[in-house]
Design a protein around this ligand. Structure first.
Ligand code: MN
Length: 128
């Protein structure tokens, strides 16, 4: 079980992610914009953040930069949650400081295992 913050402005994507993650036993907290997402991240210190890139106002890359710049949230694992999953984009996301990426559209069958692998590789749960 992990606490997962999903920052996603598309209601259908958020709804599907929430259903799948909750069915997998995780606690899901959601934000539909980056400013609110950063506030929530600092408040609840989630085990993992799924960060959409295309968001209204501040985009996901800027949000990640701010997450990493704040000592209170710098160590929180965050993955890009995006349809932009070309090889160059993946490298750009990792270079920007994301711990990984999850492709949209969400695969109902694969999503739980993908998230579990990201949690494991990010060392989620190892933080005190
Ligand atoms: Mn979006």
């Amino acid at each position: 079980m992990a606490r997962i913050l999903v920052v996603e402005d598309h209601p259908a994507n958020l709804k599907l992610a929430r259903i799948i993650l909750e069915n997998a036993g995780h606690v899901v907290v959601a934000s539909d914009d980056a400013v609110d997402g950063l506030r929530v991240a600092a408040q609840i210190r989630p085990d993992l953040v799924l960060m959409d890139i295309q968001l209204p106002g501040m985009d996901g890359l800027e949000a990640l930069a701010r997450l990493r710049a704040d000592p209170a949230t710098a160590a929180i694992p965050a993955v890009a949650f995006t349809a932009f999953a070309m090889k160059d984009d993946r490298e750009r996301f990792l270079a920007a400081g994301f711990n990984g990426y999850l492709e949209k559209p969400i695969s109902v069958r694969e999503f739980p295992a993908q998230v579990a692998a990201l949690l494991a590789s990010a060392g989620a749960g190892a933080r005190t």
